[in-house]
Design a protein around this ligand. Structure first.
Ligand code: MG
Length: 451
């Protein structure tokens, strides 16, 4: 089908290695990317066991197309994005982010440091489909250079946003989960002046102690480390460290929408404008916007839509204060237009240093909300959307991604989920009874359209 991404999802190409993901596919992606973005391309990978194999395939494809490559080694996705911006023709990151160890994938980065957008990805896929690669002859094959030291630019780039010694006197527990952040977050915190205690802090592509997705259960050892060391907080990342999640000083997992709200409030004290976030984000962000004189702009679900929307707004003269998702993926417009787990960690240090209050207290001061998420089988989202709009005439309706209806502090979202014939229903309200009533009302409306 033309005009639709087939191979790439909202976060690049992903698959199980040895099944839908392997060196032949990555070689072809390298050849196609090289033909589209001639010049020097920076490559990097997360710590997965299949990473070396796939990065070699990527480099072979790029070199064959006449591009030169700079291999940055294992590093976070936002580090490669920072390195690419303004200095390379493109970037190619071998990563499957938070997916289990058997997965791997490719994320393509543009010269401005953002993930490749939908239209360009479709053009890339068309090249893959047609095999139009324009390979170089033997004289035109590119060179490879070692870029393993370039990660320092990323750490320096984050530090430049904070006064020297911003973390002095603070103890921080870190769990990079044996992923890419082993190389960056402990060092970043030490350079801020913090005392660092780390677990799972050496690369291991089998992820022996916890999966690349940070979960409350997986972070129990981090919580214990926080309590043992009296740390101000614990921080953990997914496999490629574009996300950061936190454990408070009492060892409690900080729900990611609350993390987003807390940091958004800190950022928006100093700058007003639009806060950009997907339609699935908590009402907490509306509360922050109201308290800081900002407004909220909703995007479809997917960090690339948040980043692109921020850039579009800025290009049209709108002030953008902040962006992010309710999963610990936060975007700082003064820094770069992608989720950045290292920057989020540094911002938490700065926030706690400014307030002088424990993280647990700050989190507990946020208003409580009750959230419900359900999946239902249906392929009739096109009929569901107008039915929901019609059934709630006194609610506002946002049709950015499915339908999001809202009234006062209660909202509901019904959207198509990924590639499966499933709709996801999300509801949030100030209390459980309100959320359940809203869920029941929405389900009653969509029931005729379920399989
Ligand atoms: Mg990630």
């Amino acid at each position: 089908m033309k005009g639709k991404k087939e191979l790439f999802g909202t976060n690049g190409v992903r698959g199980v290695v040895g099944d839908s993901m392997g060196p032949e596919l990555v070689l072809r992606i390298g050849q196609a990317l090289g033909a589209m973005r001639p010049g020097t391309i920076a490559v990097g990978r997360d710590s997965r066991s299949s990473g070396a194999m796939l990065v070699h395939a990527m480099k072979a494809g790029l070199l064959a197309s006449g591009c030169s490559v700079v291999d940055c080694g294992i590093l976070p996705t936002p580090a490669l994005q920072f390195i690419v911006r303004g200095r390379f023709a493109a970037g190619a990151m071998i990563t499957a982010s938070h997916n289990p160890p058997e997965y791997n994938g490719v994320k393509v980065i543009e010269a401005d440091g953002t993930e490749m957008g939908d239209e360009e990805v479709i053009a890339l896929e068309e090249r893959l489909g047609s095999g139009s690669y324009s390979l170089a002859d033997w004289r035109g094959i590119g060179d490879e250079e070692d870029g393993s030291g370039l990660v320092d630019r990323y750490i320096d780039g984050i530090l430049a946003h904070f006064p020297p010694g911003a973390g002095r006197g603070m103890t921080v527990a870190v769990d990079p989960g044996a992923g890419a952040a082993c190389r960056t977050t402990p060092r970043l915190l030490e350079r801020m002046g913090a005392t660092v205690h780390a677990i799972n802090a050496t690369f291991d592509g089998t992820f022996p102690n916890r999966l690349p997705e940070p979960t409350p259960a997986g972070l129990a050892p981090l919580a214990a480390l926080v309590r043992e060391t009296g740390a101000a907080f614990g921080v953990a990342h997914d496999g490629d460290a574009d996300r950061a999640v936190f454990v408070d000083d009492r060892g409690r997992y900080v729900e990611e929408n609350r993390e987003f709200a807390l940091i958004a409030h800190h950022v928006c004290r100093e700058r007003t404008g639009v806060i950009v976030t997907p339609v699935s984000t908590s009402q907490l962000i509306e509360d922050v916007a109201a308290a800081t004189g900002c407004t909220v702009r909703y995007t479809p679900v997917g960090s690339i839509y948040v980043a692109r929307s921020m850039l579009d707004l800025i290009a049209h003269g709108t002030d953008v204060a902040f962006g992010g998702e309710g999963n610990g993926g936060l975007i700082y417009p003064d820094h770069q237009f992608c989720r950045d787990g290292g920057m989020t960690t540094a911002m938490m240090v700065a926030l706690l240093a400014r307030t002088g209050r424990p993280l647990s207290e700050l989190i507990d001061a946020l208003p409580p909300y009750h959230f419900i998420s359900e999946k239902k089988k249906s392929s009739r989202i096109d009929e569901i959307v107008p039915a929901v709009v019609a059934a709630f005439p006194d609610h506002s309706a946002d049709l950015t991604d499915g339908v999001r209806i809202a009234k006062e502090k209660t909202w509901a979202l019904v959207r198509r989920s990924g590639t499966e014939p499933i709709v996801r229903v999300m509801v949030e309200a100030p209390d459980r009874a309100g959320a359940e009533a809203m869920r029941d009302a929405v389900l009653a409306v969509i029931r005729p359209f379920l399989d």
